[in-house]
Every structure is written in structure tokens, then in C-alpha cells.
Write a protein that binds this ligand. Sequence first.
Ligand SMILES: [Ca+2]
Ligand SMILES: [Ca+2]
Length: 111
Amino acid sequence: MARLKLLELRCFKSEDMGGDEAYITVDGSKVWSIDEIEKGETASLRSVPPTAFSGSVGVELWDEDTGLFDSDDNLGKMTVDESLVGEDEQDFRFDQDGADYLLIYVVLADQ
Ligand SMILES: [Ca+2]
Ligand SMILES: [Ca+2]
């Protein structure tokens, strides 16, 4: 077992003009969201409780859209592997759908 600890989300380019209603899912469950994040902003994710997992776990970044024919935009998906336990902070670039975000995270040993 391992624990995924999300640390920070940096926005270099939002999917929507003027900022995204971004949220993050871990293993399909929403763990964090923000009303708006735009280019140049960094959001701390340190208040998000770590997620325990074994093997690997999927993390996705989304932009919520509310229009009738406008479903939420998937901005990318990463798979975090348990073998990263004890390694330094990792990062992953979410760059789907014209967006550009960097997620900083670390994989901790289970306790
Ligand atoms: Ca959008
Ligand atoms: Ca949006």
C-alpha cells in the first residue's frame, strides 16, 4: 500500500477563456475543486487528504462546464504507481483540450 499526496496545481493555460472551474478526481472520486483558476495561478492542494492505494491509481484533471450541451472537459489523466514510494516530489503535465497544467505530488509509504 502507498498514499498519494497531492501538493500543488499550477495553471499555465486554462481551457476556458478567463479561467477554469477545475477539479481533480482520484480513482474516479472528486477530491478537490476550485471556483476559478487561471493562467499564472497556483493552487495549494495540501489540504486534500492523502489517498491510500495499492498497485496504481488514476488521477484526472477536469474543467467543469455548465452549458446544456457542454459537458465537463477532461484535461488529462495520469497513472501513479506504488513504486514511487520514497521518491522525491513528482510532477505531471495535464495538457489535453488546449489546457496546460502542472500537478505536483508525492507518493508516501502507507502507515
Ligand atoms: Ca471548458
Ligand atoms: Ca469551465
